[in-house]
Design a protein around this ligand. Structure first.
Ligand code: GDG
Length: 552
């Protein structure tokens, strides 16, 4: 069977959806509008900075207000960007092909200026293909719903960090309120034509149930991008019943791995007393069925390989390599949102141990860490940042000199065209997650390795480890053995590197993001009882070969 591509998905999406309209629901929006500070301030700041204006003269404020109103009228001064992130880039072409509606939080500071009276706009802004319906959240809702319950309670709980989970009734109330708001908006969007609703991730666990109350016959599915914890841990959540009931509003619920499905099914059984068929992967609760299935997410491997091959990438590659801070014979790489689940501290401890244990590599080895700022309003994230940065300093002081530093730390978000240069350049990449739903960085590194000389070192506790068995596996808690694996990666003969990388590439090129999408839609079709496919997708790893994909 030929490979799944964006075009093939686009061609089949209408029949996969049975000609219903696709309504995608996520916390993050695919297009963001922001005021361009330059356009806003330039004509004002020139005058405002003039020394002859006394400090008590507030005429600059009047000029700023008049500039804002002028820009508002003309629509100038507002810039839009495509939200960064694997999921939004993968789903955007699908939405463009099926002309559906995407419901999301309008988080840009000029988002309100660009919608119509029903909070909608056509996107992409330069080539309208589908509707974006924006939801507005107050500052206290963002604090309680997003930074609070979603990221200070659910995120640590699902990643097995019980000690970091904070359960506050106020956060929970905001979480319920925002999920109601999303459900209400989606219900409104469903009024015009028959729809299929696809909810994304852990910020919206209650949305399916709230939606089901409004529209009992609607087709609803959900993809949960992070792990689901085992029952022994999950049960500490004060709202364990409500979260499960929320998700059981779905017809189909997807996780990356079979293990997360099993954890969820066990929670439904033990917490709610629901009737669960573990083998078939189905829960029956209050007269309804929810099917629970593994769908390991992937990337658009061709897109990353294409980007890595671009001439500008090759030029930047040469430029970076010539810089003194990267002029090492061996370059390692880590790319992560700065999150405690990614195991960045353990990674640096292992690197320190490696340099201690194998002094012959001092001065010959450099490690680039791209740390993307994330959830900086939460204390836990600020603490981990401090911890990481002090370790970087310690290692650089201990093993560096005036001319070289073993760790090159970049705390910033890079454009994909810059990120790919590092993916392509690295002799090895290190994913050391303590627990991770999947980890797309591992797959992006593989896709971008066009010379096939890099080695992937992958934590056993990242979902990606189940598929990427040609990586070198590590247990990030075992510092001594991680240090030895680093040495093994560095000393791996070229033939072995190439062989392993070729196999990894074969896998992600077949199991790409489009196959992921096709499998989810085909399974929804089966669940609705309208499928021509008789076999179920088994509750096992994606390598099992059985598939519920429709024939092309
Ligand atoms: C959650 C789950 C699951 C990173 N730095 C830059 C940048 N990135 C992009 C990568 C990649 C994405 O961010 C990170 O994805 P991960 O999968 O590694 O991690 P999470 O953000 O925690 O994602 C995870 C995922 O959802 C999908 O289901 O795999 O387990 O935790 O795409 O490329 N992108 C750009 N510049 C950067 O500096 N442009």
């Amino acid at each position: 069977m030929s490979r799944w591509t964006a075009t093939r998905i686009a061609d089949q999406i209408h029949s996969l959806l049975h000609d219903t309209r696709l309504i995608l629901v996520s916390n993050r929006e695919p297009y963001i509008h922001r005021w361009d500070r330059q356009a806003l301030l330039e004509p004002v700041s020139k005058d405002a900075a003039a020394p002859e204006i006394p400090r008590w003269d507030f005429s600059w404020a009047l000029r700023l207000a008049s500039r804002v109103s002028q820009l508002l009228r003309s629509g100038e001064g507002i810039r839009w960007t495509h939200a960064a992130g694997g999921l939004t880039s993968a789903l955007d072409p699908v939405m463009q092909a099926c002309h559906g509606t995407w419901v999301a939080w309008g988080s840009g500071n000029a988002d309100r200026e660009t919608v119509d009276a029903r909070d909608r706009l056509q996107v992409p802004p330069n080539n309208p293909q589908y509707l974006l319906r924006r939801i507005w959240l107050s500052e206290s809702q963002v604090r309680g719903f997003y930074y609070g319950f979603a990221n200070s309670a659910l995120w640590p709980l699902c990643h097995l960090h019980l000690e970091r989970s904070v359960f506050k009734p106020l956060h929970w109330r905001h979480y319920q309120e925002v999920n109601e708001q999303f459900a209400e908006a989606v219900a409104q969007e469903c009024q015009d034509a028959p729809a299929t609703v696809w909810v994304q991730d852990y910020q919206l666990a209650l949305c399916p149930q709230y939606l089901r109350r409004r529209l009992p016959d609607l087709s609803i599915m959900h993809f949960w991008h992070i792990p689901w914890p085992p029952w022994e841990l999950y049960r500490v959540c004060p709202w364990r019943r409500e979260l499960l009931e929320g998700l059981l509003g779905n017809d189909l619920l997807g996780f990356h791995l079979d293990q997360y499905c099993k954890n969820f099914l066990q929670c439904a059984e033990r917490v709610l007393g629901a009737s669960v068929d573990l083998k078939a992967g189905v829960v029956e609760y209050e007269g309804r069925e929810t099917w629970v299935r593994p769908f390991p997410i992937s990337i658009d491997a061709d897109w990353w390989a294409g980007l890595a091959r671009q001439r500008r990438v090759a030029r930047r590659f040469t430029q970076l390599r010539a810089k003194s801070d990267l002029a090492f014979p061996i370059v390692g790489l880590g790319v992560d949102r700065l999150d405690y689940t990614k195991g960045i501290v353990s990674r640096f401890q292992a690197i320190e141990r490696f340099l201690e244990k194998y002094p012959e590599y001092r001065g010959r080895f450099g490690f680039v860490q791209i740390a993307v700022p994330s959830r900086t309003q939460i204390d836990e994230y600020r603490q981990v940042k401090e911890q990481v940065e002090s370790l970087v300093e310690r290692i650089n002081t201990r093993f560096g000199s005036d001319t070289h530093k073993p760790i090159l730390y970049r705390y910033e978000h890079l454009e994909p065209a810059e990120l790919v240069v590092y993916y392509r350049m690295a002799d090895f990449a290190m994913v050391s997650s303590l627990h991770d739903g999947m980890n797309l960085v591992a797959k992006e590194f593989v896709a971008s390795q066009i010379e096939r000389k890099g080695v992937l070192i992958c934590s056993e506790f990242a979902g990606a480890a189940e598929e990427l068995d040609n990586a070198l596996m590590i247990n990030p808690y075992d510092m001594e053995s991680v240090a030895d694996t680093l040495k093994q990666a560095i000393e791996m003969p070229v033939e072995e590197r190439t062989r392993r990388m070729a196999r990894l590439q074969e896998h992600i090129s077949e199991y790409n993001i489009y196959k992921w999408l096709a499998e989810i839609f085909a399974e929804l079709e089966r669940v609705r009882g309208e499928s021509h496919v008789t076999a179920l997708v088994p509750l096992e790893s994606p390598r099992s070969g059985a598939s519920a994909l429709p024939r092309p």
